[in-house]
Design a protein around this ligand. Structure first.
Ligand SMILES: NC(=O)c1ccc[n+]([C@@H]2O[C@H](COP(=O)([O-])OP(=O)(O)OC[C@H]3O[C@@H](n4cnc5c(N)ncnc54)[C@H](OP(=O)(O)O)[C@@H]3O)[C@@H](O)[C@H]2O)c1
Length: 344
């Protein structure tokens, strides 16, 4: 079965997905009878292309686009990103444009346009899920297509797919975790005496920090992820601005670091729970001094982790080692295989 993909955005994650689909092409064919080909891609500065014949991941990986010339045999695409989502000749649209932490746009519009044209969507972009999950889920249902977003939280670590496939009749009453690898990396460096500035610069050099690292350090990235987890796993109706972010400024971090009790480690912790009194779901991001007995205190460097509080399995914890575009690409690949199994 050939399945055509078109990618809105073709940066670190898009390139990592192409590489993984190329490396796994033989296994995808042998084990799942699936061949993924690219029928289009669009970027902000290098424009885009479409191809009815399709370009294999191997051809794309070997070429220079978007840095150099277009892949062989494709047509240049001249419209805007919404027109691309609606008009690209693909069964599945990949939404891989950057996070807009204030509104989730234009990615929400990209997904609406893809659904209206009858295309499934797989995204690693947190914005649309944090700001418009109930609407987009309903819209996907109306059009008989799927929206999958495993990579939106903790890269490709199976959270949403695990809950959906392996935790039937389970109620999740809350969660707690370290969801932002950049802040954990910087916290770990500061714990061994490095300065905030040099640790932040190194996080940017490693490509793990947002272009604006305050989104990581001041808890915005974690707040967006907490919103997604609460809305998807606990049927809440939060927005990132509803997540309390207290004492997470750089100044607060330096002050708390100096006042840290012996044997404790400072971490940016996300906590979410449903109130037993009024049933409301509330979440917060804060800097917490964790004792050695706390599992999260032991996550270092780029590690992240999440504990789900469930009524069937008690506390269930999943830890991601060093994450990045490769792991994010794997989350996309697992979503692609899921859609292929369900719909093709
Ligand atoms: N990197 C990770 O490990 C990771 C992990 C989890 C989730 N994510 C999420 O995955 C998404 C992609 O991340 P990335 O690291 O690949 O980002 P990136 O390297 O910055 O690439 C973004 C791509 O989107 C293009 N783009 C920007 N605005 C666009 C628009 N309006 N229409 C079409 N294309 C547009 C960019 O084009 P130009 O280059 O021309 O600007 C670029 O090709 C983001 O939402 C990110 O938050 C990333």
């Amino acid at each position: 079965m050939d399945i055509r993909l078109a990618s809105l955005g073709f940066g670190n994650v898009g390139r990592a997905l192409v590489k993984m689909l190329d490396e796994k092409a033989a296994e995808l064919e042998r084990l799942h009878h699936l061949t993924f080909i690219f029928s289009g891609a669009l970027t902000r500065t290098s424009g885009g292309w479409i191809s009815t014949r399709g370009v294999t991941p191997g051809e794309l990986a070997a070429g220079e686009w978007p840095g150099g010339s277009l892949p062989v045999g494709v047509e240049r695409f001249e419209g805007d990103s919404r027109a691309f989502a609606a008009g690209c000749p693909a069964e599945i649209v990949l939404e891989l444009t950057p996070l807009n932490p204030r509104s989730g746009q234009p990615a929400i519009d990209h997904i609406r346009a893809a659904f209206a044209a009858g295309r499934h969507v797989v995204t690693a972009n947190k914005g649309p899920i944090a700001y418009a999950y109930p609407e987009l889920r309903a819209l996907a249902g109306e059009h008989g297509v799927s929206l999958r977003f495993e990579s939106a939280v903790l890269d490709g670590t199976p959270i949403f797919n695990m809950v959906e496939s392996s935790l039937p009749v389970t109620t999740i009453s809350g969660f707690r975790g370290l969801l932002n690898s950049t802040s954990n990396y910087i916290r770990s460096r500061m714990a061994i005496g490095d300065a905030l500035e040099s640790a932040t610069q190194d996080a940017q050099r490693l490509g793990i920090a947002e272009a604006d690292p305050t989104l990581d350090l001041e808890g915005w990235d974690a707040a967006v992820k907490a919103t997604i987890l609460a809305n998807v796993l606990m049927s809440a109706d939060l927005r990132p601005a509803d997540i309390e972010r207290s004492g997470v400024s750089s100044e607060a971090m330096l002050a708390k670091e100096q006042a840290l009790p012996p044997g404790h480690t400072l971490k940016q912790v996300v906590v979410c729970c449903r109130s037993e009194e009024d049933g409301a779901v509330r979440a917060s991001v804060h800097l917490q001094a964790l004792p050695e007995s706390d599992l999260l205190a032991h996550l270092s460097g780029m590690e992240t982790g999440l504990t789900l509080h469930t009524d069937t399995m008690g506390n269930l914890t999943i830890i991601e080692g060093k994450g990045g575009p490769g792991q994010t690409a794997f989350g996309l690949l697992s979503d692609l295989v899921w859609i292929a199994r369900e719909f093709f």
